[in-house]
Design a protein around this ligand. Structure first.
Ligand code: AMP
Length: 560
């Protein structure tokens, strides 16, 4: 049986929980503590009250705090005042023999002045209800720039209670966070949306029995129109450059068709289906096993015998009829303790099927936006850069050629050389995706709460704006980015170059945000001058970094 020691907790915390009578970890603690202690992975833990979830996040959270650092290093958001008080008091109890961490609970219905004093006295952990924390952010009392771990406790309750907007504001404010740990008893759409927007490949940690989904597998799904299914598949594959994947199709014909199309489009892919003679099947399987084949497209029946341990992604090009088959398919990844991703590319009418699989298998599905052309190019570019960086050099073999290589490249500066090397592969994706459309399905008029879930189009479609403020007003790129994200909820990838000159600036913005940002900015004045925004000629330039403006809001409407 696993003990708390085995989980890697430090001595003082072990003493603290022993004093509380905790002898052995609960299942959720066993699952969560090692991940939370040893990685910066985002995760979603399906856990209800009473499962020991507070200690599951509380203990690693305390252990990761630097006691000598007086900044706010961790943030726990809870739906209610009662839970806030309970969590804060639990944290203090766990650490009774450890450092005297400064834990401050902030919640509505109590004196904000007292809470402000407590925070100013050097809070290291803030446990907060979202509404009150936003108040404190607006008053510029709570500084969250140094927060590394963010816990969303009872996320479903929090969103049920109408805190979505406050949670959005807070998650935008913890800009340097290392990880988000999300705890929820259920996975309604609102929780999924938060996860999809703010969490990076979240791991799913759920305490299940053997019939339930594998906790090492993250389930993502992408919604597209039927005619865009193949394009969506390519985007997803292209956005994961290191993919070693198994793509499932429902029928033999689909399998052949997709494989043929992929091969035609230059992918290292092949098909496995019942029409192949045994020797061909063996040959394909061997190439896949030896990683000479990057993508294997297969039917369920043909894939039965596949036992390859390090498949990174399973892609469901269409869902199977039975939820159990989904579990089998996805179980081809996430083996031997590794994390795997199971991706489904579906049309909207199959979304209900996803819910059915969730109910049956207890797997948590996260809806993901189909990567834009810009995002694909970005992933590919940094994959190339990483490859160049990690490239093993065969010194002896390359040595004789080096003088000629140096000579051939002698007229290029280091910067030019880097650009050219990076462009060798990148250009292929760039030219393919340059004017690629957004193939996500956008709900008309946004979601039911009126928040538009906007997907960012390719960089090519960013629009350049002029603003009549600049360095002399003390505007810096960081302040401006902060303003755009907190005030107008513009995600960072919707913003392009920001070029700040002495008395004015230009910046690039994804078009769907322009109206709101333009109207919103013009509600501001800076140093007594009314902010004006106009269209500008497209002309990308470099950033500039001066410091500290004062953004004063004029009498006009508040944005939140
Ligand atoms: P929670 O789900 O965090 O609300 O915890 C439910 C209750 O279980 C609380 O009263 C905890 O003090 C208690 N508890 C949590 N973990 C353990 C453990 N490993 N052993 C015994 N009690 C625990």
């Amino acid at each position: 049986m696993t003990s708390f020691q085995d989980l890697g907790l430090e001595e003082a915390l072990l003493k603290g929980i022993a004093a509380l009578g905790f002898e052995t970890p609960t299942p959720v603690q066993e699952l969560v503590i090692p991940v939370a202690l040893n990685s910066d992975d985002d995760f979603i833990a399906l856990a209800q009250t009473g499962t020991g979830k507070t200690a599951a996040f509380g203990l690693p959270l305390l252990q990761r705090i630097d006691p000598s650092n007086r900044n706010v290093q961790a943030l726990v958001l809870c739906p209610t005042r009662e839970l806030c008080v309970q969590v804060a008091s639990d944290l203090v109890n766990y650490s009774q023999f450890a450092h005297q961490y400064k834990v401050v609970a902030v919640y509505g219905g109590a004196s904000i002045e007292t809470q402000i004093r407590q925070i100013k006295a050097g809070a290291q952990v803030i446990v907060a209800t979202p509404g009150r924390l936003v108040d404190l952010l607006v008053r510029q009392v709570a500084h969250l720039e140094k927060v590394a771990q963010v816990v969303l406790d009872e996320a479903d309750e929090m969103l049920n209670m109408g805190f979505k907007e406050a949670v959005d504001i807070i998650l935008e404010a913890v800009e340097n966070r290392k990880s988000i740990w999300l705890f929820s008893a259920t996975m309604p759409e609102e929780v999924r949306t938060i996860a999809a927007i703010y969490m990076k490949n979240p791991r799913e940690l759920s305490v299940g029995n053997r019939n339930q989904a594998n906790a090492n597998i993250v389930n993502h799904y992408y919604l597209c129109r039927s005619e865009d299914r193949y394009a969506a598949l390519k985007r997803v594959v292209d956005a994961h450059p290191g993919i070693y994947g198994l793509i499932f199709c429902r029928t033999k014909n689909d399998t052949k068709e997709v494989a043929e199309q992929m091969i035609r489009d230059g992918y290292n892919a092949d098909a496995l289906h019942g029409d192949l003679v045994q020797s061909d099947r063996d040959r394909v399987m061997q190439r896949f096993r030896e990683r000479n084949l990057q993508l294997l497209i297969a039917t369920d029946v043909a894939a039965r015998g596949i036992d390859v341990s390090d498949i990174t992604h399973v892609i469901n090009y269409g869902l199977p009829d039975e939820p159990e088959i989904y579990t089998h398919r996805s179980g081809r990844t996430g083996r031997a303790g590794r994390t795997g991703v199971s991706i489904s590319i579906i049309t909207p009418k199959f979304e209900e099927k996803i819910r059915q699989i969730e109910r049956r298998t207890k797997a948590v599905f996260v809806k993901m936006p189909i990567p834009t052309g810009f995002e694909v190019c970005e992933s590919q570019l940094f994959h190339i850069i990483q490859n160049i960086h990690d490239q093993e050099v065969q010194h002896a073999e390359i040595e004789p050629f080096l003088p000629r290589i140096y000579e051939a490249l002698a007229d290029l500066s280091k910067e030019e050389l880097i650009k050219r090397f990076a462009s060798v592969e990148f250009n292929r994706f760039l030219s393919y995706y340059r004017n690629s459309p957004d193939i996500n399905i956008h709900a008309k008029g946004g979601d039911k709460k009126g928040h538009h879930r906007r997907d960012v189009a390719g960089n090519g479609s960013l629009q350049r704006l002029f603003v009549n403020i600049g360095v002399m007003d003390g505007v810096s790129k960081k302040d401006f980015l902060h303003l755009l994200s907190t005030e107008f909820r513009v995600p960072k990838n919707a913003i392009g170059d920001i070029d700040i000159k002495k008395s004015f600036m230009h910046f690039d913005l994804e078009p769907s945000f322009i109206r709101e940002v333009r109207e919103g900015l013009e509600d501001f004045s800076i140093n007594g001058r009314r902010v004006k925004v106009n269209d500008a000629m497209p002309r990308p330039e470099k950033d500039h970094k001066p410091s500290g403006p004062k953004w004063d809001k004029t009498k006009k409407k508040a944005r939140y």
